[in-house]
Design a protein around this ligand. Structure first.
Ligand SMILES: NC(=O)c1ccc[n+]([C@@H]2O[C@H](COP(=O)([O-])OP(=O)(O)OC[C@H]3O[C@@H](n4cnc5c(N)ncnc54)[C@H](O)[C@@H]3O)[C@@H](O)[C@H]2O)c1
Ligand SMILES: [Zn+2]
Length: 379
């Protein structure tokens, strides 16, 4: 493999469903023309459906497609509409139809080129078409490069709940070209930073400090800072997934901010806030709960919330209120026997999971979001 790549493996141990296996995360700068070479080395089937959206098609998917052609693959492109509101079963159904029309069968492979919406949806199509065909991820947003492309959670939303349909289905490989971030809208950079701050908050205090120290440059964004951060986040995620691939416990730590965040996304019909913005609010609320329930020092909560406020999420739409958020949290996949199970933090860098704070505290923390300062961690 070329020297401009860096590569590390995600090692999934054996369980009752499958034997142990590994897959590489390849990262580099300006490497899309080498996609076909890597795909060939890793024995991706020759008949490939490149799934992408209209924003990414000409910018990057066309380069992936040319590279596949250069290395002897037979690619076709399938377009899906961009946007979270299209991460639905209807869109998946359309993808199945297009795969069928183009003559894809068991021998097909799927390559997802785009953000988390394309990756989650194309991955779900790959997990289910003909009971599963191999797939690869080419994430092109910061959020997808640090989070959604790694770990094999694929799926779509239902109108009343986020990611309620899905599978655990690991990619054959993940191919990250950091240069794709140069065309990303500022708002999408901030969304990716939200997930990066989450990793710091739950697993890596040093990363948290690095983000806090460099937040001005990251917001610009200064792309030079990203390769190291992306590799660090991918390796944090890989180590969690290696310990608990199917989220029977520990993997839940990654959901800090997400129970509240997903409720906000569902209530706003997946079309007002980005996922990153919704979890920015989610982390503020859940940090407040962490103070009350897990003994998170008030000072840590304040630091986390002020860093999150630097991401300037747009105001919450007036149509939603604290009561609705509380009710909608019960559609979360982690709810057991009617009880909420939250992923909170004991300290910065120390996530926890399966927490059920008193209803009173949960409601009080959500209500904080609707105060004038929008700062859920205020006194
Ligand atoms: N599977 C997981 O483990 C996991 C983890 C975190 C998030 N997610 C999911 O990821 C989704 C959010 O993903 P996202 O934040 O990438 O949003 P997204 O996929 O909606 O992409 C954001 C926008 O950026 C555009 N875009 C993509 N790459 C671009 C580029 N390089 N230049 C210019 N424009 C570009 C897209 O067309 C889209 O309009 C959510 O559905 C969330 O649930 C999944
Ligand atoms: Zn997320």
């Amino acid at each position: 493999m070329d020297r401009s790549f860096s590569k590390f493996m995600v090692n999934i141990p054996a369980d009752e469903r499958s034997s142990a296996f590994s897959y590489p995360i390849v990262t580099g700068h300006d490497i899309l023309s080498m996609f076909g070479s890597v795909a060939s080395e890793l024995h991706l089937p020759k008949r490939v459906a490149v799934i992408t959206d209209p924003n990414v098609q000409n910018l990057y998917a066309s380069h992936v497609q040319s590279s596949l052609l250069n290395f002897g693959f037979r690619p076709d492109t399938i377009l899906i509409p961009s946007g979270e509101e299209h991460k639905t079963l209807d869109t998946v159904r359309n993808v199945y139809d297009k795969l069928h029309e183009a003559g894809f069968g068991r021998d097909a492979a799927i390559v997802a080129v785009g953000g988390g919406v394309v990756g989650d949806l194309a991955g779900f199509a790959a997990a289910t078409y003909y009971r599963g065909v191999p797939f690869a991820q080419v994430p092109t947003t910061l959020l997808a490069q640090v989070d959604s492309s790694v770990g094999g959670k694929v799926g779509v939303n239902l109108p009343y709940g986020k990611n309620l349909i899905g599978a655990f289905y690991q990619p054959r490989f993940v191919f990250i070209d950091v240069k794709t971030l140069t065309t990303l809208a500022e708002r999408e950079v901030r969304s990716g930073l939200a997930e990066i701050i989450k990793y710091g908050a739950i697993l890596d205090k040093e990363l948290f400090e690095m983000i806090a120290d460099n937040i001005d440059a990251l917001l610009k964004p200064d792309i030079k800072l990203f390769p190291e951060i992306i590799e660090r986040c991918c390796s944090l995620k890989a180590s969690v997934v290696e310990q608990d691939e199917r989220e029977s416990g520990y993997r839940e730590v990654l959901n800090f901010g997400h129970t509240v965040g997903h409720a906000i996304e569902a209530l706003t019909r997946y079309s007002v806030l980005t996922h990153g913005e919704a979890i920015t609010y989610g982390m503020m609320v859940e940090a407040h709960m962490s103070v009350n329930h897990c003994g998170l020092p008030q000072e840590d909560a304040r630091r986390l919330c002020s860093l999150l406020m630097r991401l300037s999420p747009p105001p919450l739409p007036e149509i939603i209120d604290d009561h609705q958020i509380y009710q909608t949290m019960f559609t979360d996949k982690k709810v057991r026997s009617g009880s909420l199970r939250l992923s909170l933090i004991n300290a910065i860098g120390e996530g926890t999971f399966g927490e059920t704070p008193d209803e009173h505290y949960i409601k009080q923390s959500i209500r904080k979001l609707f105060t004038k300062e929008r700062d859920a961690c205020g006194p």
